[in-house]
Design a protein around this ligand. Structure first.
Ligand code: HEM
Length: 144
């Protein structure tokens, strides 16, 4: 399996978990239930772990990529989006853990984590869109 193939498999985990985490944060905000916040925390944590795998394989996949300056720029933007997505999700996990440990669970605290999860989802979806363009529009990593 090439690094590109492994990257193509692993990217689904952060995308799915971070979108799922966002939806559970939204539900936690609407219904104000602690178990929803805990479920969101687990999903976001899985997103961070899956995202670390996607970042490591992405770095390897970009290493043996041949292409012009414009393609390299796109890969760089794609990687920045990926790092931002995982960083914001990581902060959301740490903030939620801190709040749970302090017994702070109300709507106002949920709003902070919800906004971080929203940001993370926006980054991962935009990064994923650019990743798709890299492959399906510019043929990055395609062997002929
Ligand atoms: C949260 C982390 C990441 C996600 C969700 C993600 C997502 C994606 C997606 C959806 C694709 C298209 C794959 C396909 O349809 O087969 C892709 C391709 C690509 N990504 Fe990422 N990516 C991530 C991190 C990175 C990083 C850090 C790099 C490093 C520069 C990178 C480099 C690439 C490259 C070179 C391609 C095109 C070749 C290939 O498919 O492997 N990615 N990425």
């Amino acid at each position: 399996m090439t690094p590109q193939m492994i990257h193509g498999v692993l990217v689904h985990f952060p995308i799915a978990f971070l979108v799922g985490g966002f939806f559970f944060e939204l539900l936690a905000l609407i219904f104000d239930r602690e178990w929803l916040s805990r479920a969101a925390l687990i999903l976001l944590l899985m997103g961070v772990i899956g995202g670390a795998g996607a970042i490591i394989t992405g770095d390897r996949a970009s290493g043996n990529l041949s292409g012009d300056e414009a393609l390299s720029q796109m890969v760089e933007t794609h990687a920045t989006m990926a790092h931002m997505a995982i960083a914001t999700a990581g902060i959301a996990v740490l903030v939620r853990l801190f709040l749970l440990m302090k017994g702070m669970t109300g709507r106002r605290t949920t709003l902070i984590v919800f906004l971080l999860a929203l940001l993370s989802m926006a980054f991962v979806l935009n990064g994923g869109r650019i990743g798709g363009e890299l492959v399906y529009k510019h043929g990055a990593g395609i062997s002929h």
